[in-house]
Write a protein that binds this ligand. Structure first.
Ligand code: FAD
Ligand code: NAI
Length: 464
């Protein structure tokens, strides 16, 4: 290793970075991981996937109890009430347990945690926490952070971002969410279930960009029934905070007369942007692309030999499991193995109730590529969903008209996030819709709806 301190230095300990570091160490490489947060796990474990799911789970149970759904099942709870402090405490507990778990895994695998912000000195030298280290390979896994909205300054009190929206000390009367994407709908759901009126202001003419068109429309209908209000094709041009709350100025996206809207709390959720500030990429000979990302090739190599990039800071969907898979693959490539991520088969899930999940092509994108067949099956026809009083949603399987190979699967169903794994695996194996239709699925399970949607591709479902 000559005068290198490490074979691999990973910058950032999110799902991309910590997984890359652990896999590199497992492969016998001397590995360090630089992380400036007090705890490991990155956005996902500290302020993203995990704390949001802790609140989604708890608020869902609260709504079932408070809204009478449990009483209808014969579960009567007298004098129930919301203990928001306890709900926050269990969220923090979940985060503590999992971030601590990564620290344990680092020790177990002998990954050295370099505490502090890393900054390049040259292509193989980085300073972190006052220490200068040389590494044969450097993996940039610095993740992303909230995109600011000009004119709507986050103060973490009245105007919050996804992090401060997880920590509200009381349920707002009226929450306005700017951005009808994943964060807006998940965190909007949390506070709506706990009693807030929630209005979503979305720039585009429909929520959930990037998802299948039919899924977007159906999701909109379901959320409206739950009490969400939507102002689509609308942009926010300013916000003024006073003791009373926030006055937002809105305009039609296409231009037109302005109006105002009063909110107690405003959540800005218009996307995330890659973290490269302060890294001094130029000293390593690197530049960012137009979207602020570090460009990579198929093997996660940047344009500078020995420097690699993965996760949210690199192109592709900003998802934890995408970052994790890239983390494993990049470590394997560094070790001389063949690490591959199939970017055509990365599932995405919105953890609302019902959940919304998809993998592969939307119907619109598939049609552009050639002739397709589509099979759909409503959750109303699924015995388990019906028994559980979960009538909303459907499964849609999109297949190539000639080869029958599955091109995409879209699901709105309570456990859609779990169901989509089967679809992803089938697609990874190059399955046809017939392969799914003739696979025996346990009864009664929600997953039978996927089997029946696959049967519907060739017109043969049983339960509709
Ligand atoms: P990150 O997790 O962002 O980690 C990067 C780390 O690098 C950070 O800890 C940062 O402190 C550190 N860092 C940055 N610069 C430096 C530096 N110069 N020196 C040292 N350290 C540095 N995705 C899902 O798949 N499922 C979900 O349910 C989900 N829910 C989410 C909910 C919310 C509210 C948010 C905000 C995001 C959610 N995401 C979810 C997205 C997910 O969190 C990200 O895709 C994922 O964390 C990206 O992983 P990463 O390793 O690329 O970066
Ligand atoms: P997003 O990209 O999902 O949605 C942002 C929305 O804001 C879009 O619909 C966009 O059209 C809209 N928008 C943009 N500018 C606007 C403006 N000025 N006014 C009104 N609307 C505007 O981004 P979001 O929700 O912030 O999430 C960021 C990322 O975090 C996502 O891309 C996702 O990858 C990740 N994430 C994933 C989760 C999951 O997997 N369940 C959960 C939460 C976040």
């Amino acid at each position: 290793m000559a005068d290198y301190d490490f074979d691999v230095l990973v910058i950032g300990a999110g799902p991309g970075g910590y997984v890359a570091a652990i896999r590199a160490a497992q492969l016998g490489l001397k590995t360090a991981c630089a992380e400036s947060r007090e705890t490991l796990g990155g956005t996902c474990l500290n302020v993203g996937c995990i704390p949001s799911k802790a609140l989604l789970h708890a608020s869902e149970l609260y709504e079932e109890a408070a809204g009478g759904a449990l009483a209808k099942l014969g579960v009567k709870i007298e004098g129930m009430s919301l203990d928001l402090d306890a709900m926050h405490a269990q969220r923090l507990d979940a985060v503590k347990g999992l971030t601590g778990g990564i620290e344990y895994l680092f020790k177990k695998n002998k990954v050295e945690w370099l505490k502090g912000r890393a900054s390049f000195e040259s292509a193989d030298t980085v300073t972190v926490g006052g220490r200068t280290v040389r590494a044969k390979n450097i993996v940039i896994a610095t993740g992303s952070s909230v995109t600011p909205l000009p004119g709507v300054t986050v103060d973490h009190d009245r105007i919050v971002d996804s992090t401060s929206a997880l920590e509200l000390p009381k349920v707002p009367g009226h929450m306005v969410v700017i951005g009808g994407g994943v964060i807006g709908l998940e965190l909007g759901s949390v506070w709506r279930r706990l009693g807030a009126k929630v209005t979503v202001v979305e720039y585009l003419d429909q929520i959930l960009p990037g998802m299948d068109g039919e899924v977007r429309k159906e999701a909109n209908k379901i959320f409206k029934k739950q009490g969400f209000e939507f102002k689509l094709s609308t942009k926010v041009t300013g916000a003024e905070t006073s003791g009373e709350g926030v006055t937002l100025t809105l305009e039609p996206a296409a231009g037109g007369a302005a109006e105002t809207m009063q909110a107690d709390v405003v959540l800005v959720a218009i996307g995330r942007r890659p973290n490269t500030e302060g890294l001094a990429l130029d000293k390593a000979g690197l530049q960012v692309n137009k979207r602020g990302q570090v460009d990579i090739d198929h093997d996660f190599r940047t344009s500078v030999p020995g420097i690699w990039a993965i996760g949210d800071v690199a192109p592709g969907p900003m998802l934890a499991h995408k970052a994790e898979d890239e983390g494993i693959a990049v470590a394997e490539n560094i070790a001389g193995q063949t690490g591959i991520v199939n970017h055509a088969v990365i599932p995405s899930v919105v953890y609302t109730n019902p959940e919304i999940a998809g993998v592969g092509l939307t119907e619109e994108a598939a049609k552009e590529q050639g002739e397709i067949k589509v099979g759909k099956f409503p959750m109303l026809g699924n015995s388990r969903a019906k028994t559980n009083h979960e009538p909303n949603g459907f499964v849609k399987v999109i297949a190539d008209a000639k080869s029958d190979r599955v091109l995409g699967v879209w699901i709105i169903a309570v456990p859609a996030g779990t169901m989509i794994a089967q679809a992803a695996q089938a697609m990874e194996f190059g399955a046809t819709s017939e392969d799914i239709a003739y696979t025996c699925h346990a009864h009664p399970t929600h997953s039978e709806a996927l089997k029946e949607a696959a049967m519907a591709v060739t017109g043969k479902p049983i339960h509709v």
